[in-house]
Ligand binder design. Structure first.
Ligand SMILES: [Zn+2]
Length: 353
């Protein structure tokens, strides 16, 4: 049997951040008395000051830590600080990089960890993986644990730019190709399958793929997207790897980040959605579904809109597999010629113009 942990709570409510000890009372009645550190960043402290004050009121024995660079070293330093000061509880308040830093520091120090995402732009809120900076520019994924509780404040998510929601949708629909890549790897004996994790991830995908809520800022949609992202995280935890959520489309995104750092503005979820279109093609599947969903939500996947030119696009695909050589995907079975990738680039430019 695999060993895994699941969060005690997943709550999506308005003003839930002001009621954390009450929400956690059933599993940890004295949580409010714990020595707590709230990990966030400068601009969020300014933007969401009232929320942070509210959280601090619930935890009189607390302090704030402001993220500097979200690197492995910073997480290790923070873990050391927490050990020296006997911190028992870590609360991450922010987007991907803050949450990954808080999650990994809590994992090293074995503290309880509560996740308060301020955006639904990717699945880092519930994944057992932290992406952190290393010596060089490259960011690397490190295994850790999923949070002990996840609380999402609907009001905060509603106030965020629409692009963040689109990015969260992109990260979710990228499972369309990630799951098939996982299957391909299993067939080749390069990965271990897990039916339950596969099913969970597919449910997360389907809940967004076959969704007819028009208003992406509605409470109903925010709840569904949160659940999809969390289900994706649980699938990874159960599978013991990120395979249920990450295939060749994520390798494309890593290559773009690591080898073409001049293209830094593409949000993770959009980048993997761009990757999913190509991956779908390499997997020789019908593109109707993926095209339809990208168009339905108007996910901006036209490469040139992100200053990804033909050369960058070709280079990113050709170096994608090398970013995680141990990850077997359709890329291991595809001839990524300049010519084929050039056609793909122009096809995407046309289809999504
Ligand atoms: Zn992702």
């Amino acid at each position: 049997m695999n060993e895994y942990n699941l969060p005690y709570h997943l709550m999506v409510e308005e003003d839930i951040f002001f009621r954390i000890p009450e929400a956690m009372a059933d599993v940890d009645p004295s949580i409010g008395e714990k020595k707590m550190i709230l990990v966030t960043e400068e601009n969020l402290k300014n933007l969401f000051g009232t929320y942070i004050e509210g959280i601090q009121k619930s935890f009189p024995n607390s302090e704030i830590y402001l993220m500097k660079e979200s690197s492995y070293d910073e997480a290790a330093d923070l873990a050391k600080y927490m050990a020296m000061h006997e911190i028992q509880l870590v609360i991450g308040f922010g987007g991907g990089s803050v949450l990954d830093l808080a999650k990994f520091a809590a994992f090293i120090g074995k503290q309880q960890y509560i996740c308060l995402p301020t955006t639904l732009s990717n699945d880092s809120l519930a994944s057992p993986v932290a992406v952190l900076g290393t010596e060089k520019k490259a960011r690397k994924s490190f295994n850790c644990e999923i949070p002990d509780a996840i609380f999402v404040d609907i009001k905060i998510i509603k106030s965020a730019p629409k692009r963040q929601i689109l990015s969260g949708i992109g990260d979710t629909i990228s499972k369309y190709t990630a799951l098939i890549d996982w299957k391909i790897a299993c067939l080749k004996g390069k990965s271990k399958g897990d039916d339950f994790a596969y099913m969970l991830s597919k449910m997360a995908l389907n809940s967004i793929l076959h969704n007819d809520i028009k208003d992406l800022g509605s409470e109903e949609f925010i709840k569904q997207l949160t659940q999809a992202l969390v289900m994706g995280g649980l699938a990874m935890e159960i599978a013991g790897s990120s395979r249920p959520s990450s295939g060749s489309e994520h390798l494309f995104c890593h290559a773009l980040e690591e080898n073409f750092s001049e293209v830094t503005t593409v949000p993770h979820g959009i980048s993997v959605a761009i990757g999913s279109y190509g991956a779908c093609k390499f997997q020789k599947r019908n593109l109707t579904k993926i095209k339809k969903v990208i168009k339905k939500y108007e996910i901006p996947v036209k490469p040139s809109d992100w200053k990804i030119d033909e050369k960058t696009f070709i280079g990113a695909w050709q170096t994608a597999a090398a970013t995680r050589p141990d990850r077997y995907t359709i890329l291991n079975e595809t001839d990524l010629s300049d010519e084929m990738l050039r056609d793909l680039y122009h096809e995407m430019e046309e289809v999504f113009s």
